[in-house]
Design a protein around this ligand. Structure first.
Ligand code: ADE
Length: 249
């Protein structure tokens, strides 16, 4: 997959893309990443790309022409790419959206700043508008980095065995179970005994039960969306009884 990032601070996204899972995928060529600075497409003095909003009000707006020129340059290297504008006014990204975006041949991600981007260039040049959550960031760069991370880890061959296993838990629509490592006793707190038992079946059911229980406690909306099988129903019932047995309501 090829991903182009267009914005005022593309180097911030580029730095993020050099580390960890994304960095490795980039090195290996599973993903090609390119970064475009809007100021390089300014026709004005001092490489200016913003101006005051018509109608008045606070802040500045990114001008249509440099955005159109930068997107055209990115698209010429990445034909067939979907042009995505990151904005709090877009549809909120979830796991299904990430999978759909990961299936595209290419992405051009436009990160805005200030009050936004001239609406005319969005209408003319942008295919989709996505938000990473119902809160406002100071710019789209952090959102672009989030989207790249989530998308690249879904590309074939990117995740190793351990990460894939971890990923499975959210694909299942459940929150992950708790994890523990050495020492066995930390400040008098022991690790759950079952994890030291070496009994793989007991460990599997314990983990599944914790995932179900956590999802029930923290994200009941996720549980409401899915059908549990007989084992999962039984494990969740056990979790609820134990939870109430500890004096919780
Ligand atoms: N730019 C500013 N806020 C954003 C958000 N929540 N998602 C995506 N892009 C943004």
């Amino acid at each position: 997959m090829e991903i182009d990032v267009v914005g005022l601070f593309p180097e911030a996204v580029e730095g993020f893309c050099k580390i960890g899972v994304v960095g490795r995928a980039w090195e290996r060529g599973t993903v090609a990443l390119r970064f475009w600075n809007l100021r390089d497409f300014s026709a004005e003095k001092w490489r200016r790309v913003d101006d005051r909003p018509f109608g008045g009000g606070p802040g500045m707006v990114l001008m249509a022409e440099p955005v159109a020129m930068a997107l055209a340059a990115a698209r010429s290297r990445n034909p067939g790419a979907t042009v995505v504008y990151l904005s709090p006014a877009g549809r909120v990204v979830d796991h299904d959206a990430v999978m759909a975006l990961a299936a595209r041949s290419g992405l051009v991600l436009l990160a805005g700043r200030y009050e936004g981007v001239d609406e005319r260039v969005l209408c003319a040049c942008v295919d989709e508008e996505w938000s990473i959550g119902d809160y406002v960031l100071s710019g789209g760069e952090a959102a672009a980095a989030v989207l790249i991370d989530a998308v690249v880890r879904q590309l074939p061959g990117v995740l190793g065995h351990e990460d894939s296993a971890r990923e499975d838990s959210f694909v299942e629509g459940l929150l992950d179970c708790p994890h523990y490592t050495r020492p066995e006793s930390w400040r008098k707190e022991p690790v759950p005994e079952v994890l030291l038992s070496g009994n793989h079946e007991r460990i599997r059911t314990w983990r599944l039960k914790q995932s179900l229980g956590r999802t029930w406690l923290r994200r009941p909306d996720l549980l409401a969306e899915r059908d549990l099988n007989a084992e999962q129903i039984r494990l969740l019932e056990e979790f609820k009884q134990e939870y109430r047995g500890y004096g919780h309501e």
